[in-house]
Design a protein around this ligand. Structure first.
Ligand code: NAD
Length: 472
């Protein structure tokens, strides 16, 4: 079992002043994996002070110096690709393919941000004025546990491209992934304080960051519930806040869809990252006329999924990340049954042959109504709800009938028709006949799925603030 008790502040690993410890379990076995000593408010203040100092320096940098720093980070993280993949499997339980994707994406983020900065004019003329795009200032990057390396690197890349120093607070539930990532980032040899990383509870470290007068911006990814707490705390000092929050995305199968192509994708889109994905398409909207065929095919596809050891490349679904996640998903499956949904696959309890760890059965319900809890709430596990519709307009209305609006998916043989449906879906993104996102395009949600956009150009701009100078 590993003991972790450092934060990364001002260019070095320092022992945290906090004393609270937290034990992390191996999700595949339930056995203890690591004990982490959490940072406290004093550590957070120290990290913010280091970022403030570095901000003074970063403010003076131009494109070339920032691009150089981004390239150095890219190279350093690229060297750690395998280590990041392995720790994502070990601590989080991601299947190999997913862990591989995240670890590669982590280094690519820096290349994408460098490209976005290269192409973006940091100064332009408007009327009689010159407008300069200035870094907004010290930025806090707060991340959840379901994609640590990807979320942290994506935010850090955009912030640094804009010339913002950062205080990064990954989830306290991913200490080993954070440690490996910090070691990688450290090797880039950037000036001290440009990025600082610490793990701590939301209620103290998170709150210290959200209320600090020295933090100008917060980029948060996590639950809608926490996003609201952060936004309220941050308004007092008028921080610029972007929130990437929860989702309950719909996948619409149109009546002309090729089911042999659409349904494996739709199941993959619902169960990606072991079902712990904000963008998961967990409501499958199906024309009543094709319901029987779809249900049968989905049952078959899910029956062939391999649940088990995430280190085995053949595994498609690993364990959930924690006992709390396991309990949460079991609760929702019970609720689905109580509210009258029809079990198509999976159900309560552990999969056969997996008595340990936080494995759940990939579960599919049919006969789901959009007002059932399993259709309204983000479950964050491999649970798919099939909902029937009569007309295309009803499908769109059902998709939009959610407090969330992160992603949407459309499956159709007619791309023009699918685009028409996508245009009517109220979400930040819609994917047609695919589940792989375009990582250079703006990413974010509408309604309670968030505020603001990340990735690529949108990410860069979100850390910049225009300053107008007009001279007589
Ligand atoms: P969470 O909201 O519990 O925690 C996210 C982060 O916020 C953690 O680092 C946590 O320590 C911190 N935090 C908690 N309270 C805080 C406070 N008061 N002030 C400041 N920080 C605080 O979320 P989670 O359980 O770690 O992650 C799962 C959630 O994240 C899901 O709802 C999922 O949909 C969402 N998510 C969204 C996206 C997206 O891009 N929209 C991506 C991944 C995950």
């Amino acid at each position: 079992m590993r003991n972790l008790n450092t934060a990364y502040i001002d260019g070095q690993f320092v022992r945290v002043q906090g004393t609270e410890t937290l034990e992390i379990a191996n999700p595949a076995t339930g056995a203890p994996l690591a004990v982490v000593t959490l940072a406290n408010r004093a550590d957070a203040r120290r990290a913010i002070a280091a970022a403030r100092d570095a901000q003074a320096l970063l403010r003076q940098t131009g494109k070339a110096e920032r691009i150089d720093m981004l390239r150095r980070l890219q190279t350093a993280v690229l060297r750690y690709t395998d280590a990041i993949r392995d720790v994502t499997i070990e601590e989080y339980g991601a299947p190999v393919a997913r862990a591989q994707w995240v670890s590669q994406y982590a280094s690519q983020c820096f290349a994408s941000a460098a490209q976005a900065l290269e192409d973006y004019p940091l100064s332009y003329e408007v009327g009689t004025a010159t407008v300069t795009m200035e870094p907004v200032g010290v930025s806090a990057l707060i991340a959840p546990w379901n994609s640590t390396a990807g979320t942290v690197c994506s935010k850090l890349a955009s912030a640094l491209a804009a010339g913002c120093a950062t205080v990064i607070k990954p989830s306290e539930l991913s200490p080993l992934q954070t440690q490996v990532l910090c070691e990688a980032l450290h090797e880039a040899g950037l000036p001290s304080g440009v990025f600082n990383v610490l793990l701590g509870r939301g209620a103290d470290v998170g709150d210290e960051i959200s209320t600090s007068p020295h933090v100008a911006r917060i980029s948060f990814t996590g639950s809608t519930q926490t996003g609201k707490v952060i936004a309220r705390a941050a308004v007092e000092t008028m921080k610029r806040v972007t929130l990437a929050l929860s989702g309950k995305s719909a996948a619409i199968v149109l009546d002309d869809a090729d089911l042999a192509h659409a349904l494996p994708l739709a199941v993959g889109g619902a169960f990606m990252n072991n079902g712990q994905a904000c963008v998961a398409g967990t409501r499958l909207l199906v024309p009543h006329a094709r319901m029987a065929e779809v249900t049968e095919r989905v049952r078959e596809i899910v029956g062939k999924l391999q649940v088990g050891d995430p280190r085995d490349p053949a595994t498609t679904i690993g364990p959930l990340a924690s006992r709390a996640q396991f309990d949460r998903v079991q609760r929702f499956i019970r609720r689905g049954l109580e509210q009258g949904a029809v079990l198509v696959a999976g159900g309560e309890g552990r999969p056969e042959g997996l008595p340990e760890g936080f494995f759940v059965k990939p579960t599919v319900f049919a006969g789901v109504h959009n007002d059932m809890e399993i259709a309204r709430e983000e479950i964050f596990g491999p649970v798919l709800s099939i909902i029937g519709y009569e007309t295309e307009q009803e499908a769109v209305d059902l998709a939009n009938d959610s407090v969330y609006g992160l992603f949407g998916y459309v499956y159709s043989a007619d791309v023009a028709r699918a685009r028409g449906v996508a245009a009517r879906m109220q979400t930040g993104s819609v994917l047609v006949n695919r589940i792989d996102p375009e990582v250079l395009a703006p990413f974010g949600g509408v309604r309670q799925s968030g505020v603001g956009r990340e990735f690529g150009l949108a990410g860069l701009v979100s850390y910049l603030e225009p300053k107008t100078v007009a001279v007589r």
